[in-house]
Design a protein around this ligand. Structure first.
Ligand code: DGT
Ligand code: CA
Ligand code: CA
Ligand code: ZN
Length: 598
């Protein structure tokens, strides 16, 4: 962890490109905003640092990336080499608007943010909040009292989630730091703990536990990492720092004999730990981060298994440690066999350049195959989502033919035709049934009218689920973490309808969706509904979300492999979708008729 000149991260480049897109959009420039936005998407999804690509192949290497032309490649180079983008800085000087922060407020885009700046000089969320409270926003043309009230509500939402970051944003950083710690001389174990290890959807800070020969050298190395912008404190066995990513990181060094106990302690959750300590106390023992003690004798601590075992419990997977009944289950030997990372065999929600994705069908298929998947469904957006280039009936059928053509060339991998159809406010769909009937996989989802009453919203979704061609309810509540509240659904009614109709409920693994969320997954599992875990990838680099974030949510919802349709081989997965179920029950009825004497 030598101090080197900090290289510019992909995330920073993506942010800058996105900001460029927004400023250009304010100016009403044609095409360019979309090009920058797509480039930002590609950069954010890359699995290799741009700095490395640039070092090895220069501008040509950058231009070889999808969606990145000569102009944008040049600007990326400028950023990588100088850490700055002069054009962006000029735009910021001209209009000192914190546009990335402002557009995180639901109901504000670049153009509307500009209108507020021009009329009231609003530069950031704090100023927006003040102006809303003072009743000045309603005076701005195009806003009005109603949108002022909504903005104020959304502002509170953004502010309330401030300080916590998405698991999907933090996880790659945590894994990177974990690997770097593990590689330091004298380190015997290095592990991520805390809410990241439990797979919570948002993260307050990063926690690491290490075992090392000379702990002080490790805390020192940790506190001087290039990502560290501030050191709150550093001692022989702990360090607490602020990272440039805007989040804190905690490090604890312990002895080998305490490693398991420290992992249990720092993995949490607090509520889980409180229950564990109570069990220890009842047995006349003491549990802390150093071990489980009888008097002064340590009776367990080296491994997590030892600690749980000494408390009379089976080892509990970190994702379950939320004091939601896992301890009783561990005592009674009825913990579920959770779905494992790596268990997915297909992905049933993928967008391509037929709508708002940035790669072709073949590119997405190739990338999925590289990840070890056996099948994918192509589910581009449909008619109502015109801004994404959504397909109408004719185009969906054309795409299905194209997929059939590609499938003929493939061996050992299958692309399913499909669509992500829009559920309108009344529960009808934006694509005709006779066309849906010709697709392999139909997902239906809400993309508008998010503020319906609980009754209306539930009726709307149930109507879509009762359509015999709708196989999967995609991102069921349509929430966006830190940005948009979930649709007010009666989730118990949705789960019952899922069981009745055989509609699969999706865990959409996009970092800001993670929808269904863990508690709802648990309801679905308990009721015997089927789940799908999909990436909702719009770029090859996003396919990995399903196996990291998606599986984490499924495990937090106590899901097993048998609950998840795309953890099954293709034939079994298809048999679980509606057509397959219908065929099965037809066969059953026919068999019954044959058995009946004439
Ligand atoms: P976060 O960071 O807000 O996303 O959530 P956690 O769970 O990572 O919480 P954090 O970082 O404050 O603490 C990490 C773990 O350390 C926590 O899950 C349990 C343990 N821990 C921290 N403070 C306490 C405490 O006061 N009592 C107990 N029993 N455990 C604690
Ligand atoms: Ca934490
Ligand atoms: Ca912490
Ligand atoms: Zn999309």
């Amino acid at each position: 962890m030598a101090r080197r000149r900090r290289s510019v991260s992909n995330a920073e480049v993506a942010r800058a490109l996105r900001e460029m897109a927004l400023f250009l959009e304010m100016d009403g420039v044609a095409f360019k905003p979309r090009a920058y936005e797509k480039a930002a998407q590609v950069v954010a999804g890359l699995d290799r640092p741009l700095a490395q690509i640039d070092e090895e192949a220069g501008a040509a290497g950058l231009e070889a990336l999808p969606e990145i032309g000569a102009g944008i490649a040049e600007r990326i180079e400028e950023l990588l080499h100088s850490g700055r983008l002069q054009e962006l800085e000029a735009l910021r000087r001209e209009r000192p608007i914190d546009v990335l922060e402002l557009i995180a407020v639901e109901g504000l885009g670049a153009k509307r943010a500009l209108a507020l700046y021009d009329a009231l000089g609003i530069r950031n969320v704090r100023e927006l909040e003040r102006a809303c409270r003072a009743g000045r926003v309603r005076e701005v043309p195009g806003f009005g009292a109603k949108s002022e009230a909504r903005l104020l509500e959304s502002v509170g939402f953004v502010a309330g989630s401030r300080g916590r970051q998405l698991l999907g944003t933090v996880l790659p950083l945590a894994r990177e730091l974990e690997a770097r710690l593990a590689a330091l001389p004298g380190v015997r174990h290095a592990a991520v703990a805390g809410s990241i290890r439990r797979g919570r959807e948002t993260i307050g800070d990063l926690d690491f536990v290490v075992v090392a020969r000379e702990p002080a050298r490790i805390t020192e190395a940790f506190a001087t990492m290039p990502e560290v912008v501030r050191v709150y404190g550093r001692g022989e066995t702990k360090a607490l720092v602020r990272l440039e990513a805007g989040i804190d990181a905690d490090l604890r060094a312990v002895h080998e004999a305490s490693f398991g106990a420290a992992l249990v302690y720092f993995t949490g959750s607090k509520a889980h730990n409180v229950e564990l300590r109570r069990i220890a106390q009842k047995a006349g023992l003491k549990l802390n981060e150093y071990g489980l003690f009888r008097g002064r004798e340590r009776i367990a601590g080296r491994s997590e298994e030892d600690v749980y075992d000494a408390l009379g419990l089976a080892w509990i997977a970190p994702e379950l440690r939320e004091a939601r009944g896992e301890i009783e289950a561990a005592r009674e030997g009825r913990l579920p066999r959770l779905i494992e990372y790596g268990a997915l065999r297909g992905d049933l929600q993928i967008q391509t350049d037929w709508s708002d994705g940035s790669a072709s069908i073949e590119e997405m298929a190739g990338a999925a195959r590289k990840l070890g998947l056996e099948y994918i469904a192509i589910t581009d957006h449909t008619r109502d989502l015109a801004m994404t280039g959504g397909s109408d009936e004719a185009r969906l059928l054309e795409q299905a033919q194209e997929i059939a053509r590609i499938n003929r060339k493939l061996r050992g991998f299958r692309i399913l035709s499909g669509a992500e159809v829009n559920i309108r406010a009344d529960g009808s769909l934006d694509i005709a049934d006779d066309v849906l009937a010709q697709l392999d996989v139909v997902g239906a989802a809400i993309h508008s009218a998010f503020r319906q009453s609980r009754e209306d919203a539930t009726r709307r979704v149930l109507r879509a689920m009762r359509n015999p061609h709708v196989d999967i309810l995609f991102h069921p509540t349509a929430r966006l973490l830190g940005r948009r509240e979930p649709v007010a659904l009666d989730i118990d009614a949705v789960v019952r309808a899922a069981v009745e109709t055989g509609t699969v409920l999706e865990i959409d693994a996009q970092p800001e969706r993670l929808d269904l969320k863990d508690e709802f997954v648990r309801k679905a599992v308990d009721a015997g509904a089927k789940l799908a875990i999909d990436s909702d990838a719009h770029h090859p680099g996003q396919l990995g979300w399903a196996d990291t974030l998606g599986i984490a949510v499924a495990r937090r919802g106590w899901a097993r492999r048998e609950d998840v349709v795309n953890a099954q081989p293709l034939a079994d997965c298809r048999a679980l979708l509606k057509d397959g179920r219908a065929a099965r029950s037809r066969r059953k009825r026919a068999a019954r008729r044959r058995r009946r004497p004439a």
